[in-house]
Design a protein. Structure first.
Length: 134
């Protein structure tokens, strides 16, 4: 476990160094690094909020450069990771956002939208409120 922590720390340090070397204008590359840093934080216990911040920045940068598919993929990856650590409410929100992004791509995002829909089926449906039809 100690070796794993050292490897995670080394990977985080190298990722932040690489981020420092990239110009602000290199948004696509920065987005990829933020996603990787988010993933590394998810592997570190107790770093959930930092992971979400990094994924959110990756999603923002991917959208900034017009990479809707990349943004939706990052949302879906985070949704799955959150699901695996029992953060179901957050997981569903990111999954629903990913689905909307893939659906916005039309036929180009169809296969990924189907995959996300299958994932979202794992969540229990909220009970109808009084006066609502089911």
């Amino acid at each position: 476990a100690e070796v794993q922590v050292k490897h995670l720390n080394d990977a985080l340090e190298a990722s932040f160094e690489a981020l420092d070397l990239l110009a602000e204008s290199e948004a696509a590359e920065r987005g990829g690094l933020h996603e990787m840093i988010g993933y590394l934080y998810l592997q570190s216990q107790g770093m959930l909020e930092q992971a979400i911040e990094q994924y959110d920045e990756a999603i923002r940068l991917k959208r900034l450069v017009g990479d809707g598919r990349g943004a939706s993929r990052a949302q879906f990856h985070l949704a799955v990771a959150l699901f695996l650590i029992s953060q179901f409410e957050k997981s569903r929100r990111y999954g629903e956002a990913a689905l909307a992004g893939f659906e916005a791509l039309g036929l180009e995002g169809l296969a990924e939208a189907v995959k996300v829909r299958r994932f979202l089926e794992k969540f229990p449906q909220p009970a109808p409120q009084a006066g609502e039809e089911s």
